[in-house]
Design a protein around this ligand. Structure first.
Ligand SMILES: Nc1ncnc2c1ncn2[C@@H]1O[C@H](COP(=O)(O)OP(=O)(O)OP(=O)(O)O)[C@@H](O)[C@H]1O
Ligand SMILES: [Mg+2]
Length: 214
């Protein structure tokens, strides 16, 4: 069964961004969405990850139509199953890196994975306040936070945008390994074509359509 099913999505702000967008995501599958700046990639990701109701169309996550779920049920689904890594990091700025991970630990009931912190090379900055971390360190902490909760589906918007090429590759390998080992699926939005083509499928958002490129 698909874990995500998007049907006939359309959305506009000042102008029409896209119309009649449909695609599915299976367990263990990764798909990338590429396209010009302003084409609506982040908007589409917000829609399929339950943050923004589309003007038209339907989004099902794990078989449930998310925009007709009761708020409490939707919150539960988000907390238990959805992992979001966005362009801005949404870390709690007054807290240390470790305290940010503890929040995730408490909310999800899953333990912080010390191996993961090692792999992300953030172990040494755990006691620092978020405001004292570099952009790339913040990005890696937010990835650690998302993987700590062991989501069944990951939505990532330029998750490696602040990282140098070799760190980006290592971080993406962590995501791919996580999906393979846990059965999770991933939707990745990126400008990095090479990274996109590491996914099972690649779609391009262009001329208001989502076109399958791989
Ligand atoms: N909340 C909003 N209110 C009004 N307009 C918005 C809103 N969010 C996005 N837009 C507009 O919608 C268009 C698409 O934005 P979006 O962030 O989805 O593009 P994108 O493809 O992710 O671009 P980038 O590659 O630069 O991140 C832009 O013109 C943007 O200004
Ligand atoms: Mg964007």
């Amino acid at each position: 069964m698909e874990i995500l099913s998007a049907k006939n999505l359309a959305h506009s702000f000042d102008y029409d961004l896209f119309e009649d967008v449909s695609f599915d995501l299976q367990k263990k599958q990764s798909i990338a969405i590429i396209g010009q700046s302003g084409s609506g990639k982040s908007t589409l990701l917000h829609i399929i990850s339950s943050l923004l109701k589309p003007n038209a169309g339907e989004v099902k996550l794990f078989g449930k139509d998310i925009y007709s779920l009761k708020p409490k049920k939707l919150m539960q689904l988000k907390r238990e199953k959805i992992g979001l890594v966005f362009q801005s990091h949404y870390l709690f700025r007054g807290l240390s890196a470790y305290e940010n991970l503890e929040v995730s630990e408490i909310l999800s009931g899953k333990k912080i994975d010390e191996d993961l912190l090692e792999k992300l090379d953030v172990k040494h900055c755990m006691e620092q306040k978020v405001t004292e971390l570099s952009g790339g360190q913040q990005q890696r902490i937010s990835i650690a936070r998302v993987l700590t909760k062991q989501p069944s589906i990951i939505f990532a918007d330029e998750p490696t945008g602040n990282l140098d090429a070799s760190t980006a590759k290592e971080v993406m390998d962590l995501f791919f390994d996580y999906c393979k080992n846990s059965g999770a699926g991933m939707v990745l939005v990126t400008h990095d074509t090479k990274l996109a083509y590491m996914c099972d499928k690649v779609y391009k958002l262009e001329n208001k359509q989502l076109i399958e490129e791989k």
